[in-house]
Design a protein. Sequence first.
Length: 419
Amino acid sequence: MAHPKPSEESLSPFHASAPKRAASHEGRRQFLRASLGAAAGAVFAASCAKDGLDTEVILDLPEGLDRSDFLVHSTNPWCLETKRERLDGLITPTDQVFVRGNLPAPDPGVLKARGQWTLNVAGVKNPRPVTLDELQAMGRQTVASVLQCSGNGRNFFTHEPSGSPWGVGAAANVLWTGVPLRALVEALGGLTPGQKFLTATGGESLPEGMDPKKLMVERSIPIEKAMADGLLAWQMNSEPLDLAHGGPLRFVVPGFYGVNNVKYVKQIAATVGESDAKIQVSSYRVRPIGESGSSDQPSMWAMNTKSWITGPTEAQGGIQAGETMVTGVAFSGEAPIDSVEVSADGGATWTSADLVGPDLGPFAWRTFAMPWKPAAGTHSLVCRAKDKSGTVQPENALPNERGYAHNGWRDHGVTVQVG
Ligand SMILES: Nc1nc2c(c(=O)[nH]1)N[C@H]1C(S)=C(S)[C@@H](COP(=O)(O)O)O[C@H]1N2
Ligand SMILES: [Mo]
């Protein structure tokens, strides 16, 4: 079993490699206990082998989450992947949304006084700290958008990129409610001239003695995108935002990869340049295999066109010959979804699927379905989406050092046994 290489996502003191899977359970328990014991204020994480951590060594999941819904890639910070068959819906229930932390979450105490959570705002004519109570009086909007980790699909690359080996489940479609960034900027007198980026900073506390620039979650995006679609959100799926997903306040960038959706946001600043934090400068950059990250490479901003099958799946076991339904999800960060085709013979022949349910806007995913009457045997189900700009999901993804942005339809397929 391949063991993940150390990664730029796991170079923090919060990630320690787990013992090899060959180690005995007792050995692993001792290792875990020792690590937790030694932690004393610091924390321990076990990064995982490709099929997730052993059940025995997993700590309690964040409040309200059920172990059976997830593949556990690491524990502290949490990297929890939603199982493919759980993504079979228009809105992903909050307790089934994947969790990905680069750092351990802040103390849950921050949720006790949500209204007092304070956001520093800079790069505007009248910069000042604004409380969540104040933000709630400045405007309100609800947006459906796909939250997807840049590394979703990493496990399908064959060069074994470092980082969590996500399959399809580092993604969810959720409703965000908050105040548009543009309303906040207007309330504070508008942007000061010359700003090209919007830089958002996460509110986790960082360990003493470490270079904060190497650890902090601080992301910059083009200012036009931020002013058009950025949202300071305090609700997910009509409930107060929980800690795992960034409560009390999160900067949401519909259409952009997960990392730009900064949790526990404590500062937003309109800036002339991009953040000098490592997560912006050299991490989350698409580059050829073997190259190091640098700021002249494309940053993980807009998501590409993508779809995958959610049912039937291999995990659901064999299905009976006769009538069934192929289902899945499709989205694109750049243009609304136009159509989805499904193939039950590995891409030799294609049939149009029906888009199911209401269109929740350009940043949400569409669910699709196609009636299917399979004969007994083994079938290879694949799907491919087309967006309204004419972009078609490619057969193969572009291999890249960190295994980002995999949207190849072939690797996203499922093989099902029909009895
Ligand atoms: N403050 C903060 N924001 C963050 C992160 C983080 O570690 N800290 N992780 C980012 C990454 S890489 C992803 S994929 C998403 C995951 O969001 P979720 O845990 O709500 O699924 O949050 C992003 N925003
Ligand atoms: Mo991510």
